[in-house]
Design a protein around this ligand. Sequence first.
Ligand code: SF4
Length: 323
Amino acid sequence: MALKLADFKEQIHNDWCPGCGDFGILSALQSALAELDLKPYDVVIFSGIGCSGKLPHFVKSYGIHTLHGRPLPYALGAKLANPELEVIAVSGDGDGLGIGVSHFIHAGRRNVDVTYIVHDNGVYGLTKGQASPTLKLGVKTKAIPEPNINDAINPIFLALSSGATFIARGYAYDIKHLKEVFMKAIKHKGFAFVDVLQPCPTYNDINTKSFYSGEDRLNPVTKKPRPRVYRLEDMGYDPVVRPDMTKEQVMAKISKVIELSLEWGDHIPIGVFYQNETLPTYEQRLEHRLRTYLSNPPAKQKISTSEGYPAADITEILQELAV
Ligand code: SF4
């Protein structure tokens, strides 16, 4: 029987602030999991520290709220131990692009088949709104005393240069579109990164819902808002790298992704920027060395005898450690 959104809803109290973009991300993810007909016991979600860290609490699947900046190492470990699991990691921009940024870079070049979602609001919401690594230079939100003295990390550009094979951006208040982006990311074979523009109405009074929907820039004729966020697919953009493409065609695609990643201000693209399944995943590379890896991964290996004793003999190691 096909699953429904309700099958992934955990009925527990949620204390995210009213109007927080996190609600849109949660709803889009639950809908994507249901629509992909994944079973809750086949899905595991890892989070770090921050408002985003609560997300696994609200999804009826396996989930672990890990340490600050560390959901990716947990996620990669779980996926490599049991490649049959659908593994998702979530971070905030402070968690994932501050303390956890080195894990992000190395996850890209490894290309483990994991989906990584970053709730990107430009602030450290849980600790009262300090500037995060994605807040632009010179921007002054209500929670900081002076305009931001640092320039921002560009998550799309960083993902591309790190080797991520699926790179996308969503918008937390466009739940239908975000669900589609999540579904594509989860189906992608390899490391899939989704940067989600997630307004934090409590601490970021600049990148708000009305900023993204362009309520301050009315069409002079119709007097209607001109949204800053636009969908790449509506422009006929094709993100896919195909095996029959020439080196020049791939380079042109990469140049276009860089160009799009730099768009900000009055035009902010959302959708899939880049998708390349011509590169082997880490699991495939591992199987090339260990022929039995996929048929007998660590999670399926016997760790104890029928009497409950460890199946591995570590006597020799213990003797070496003995003083
Ligand atoms: Fe959301 Fe910001 Fe409130 Fe955190 S502080 S729950 S990010 S609105």
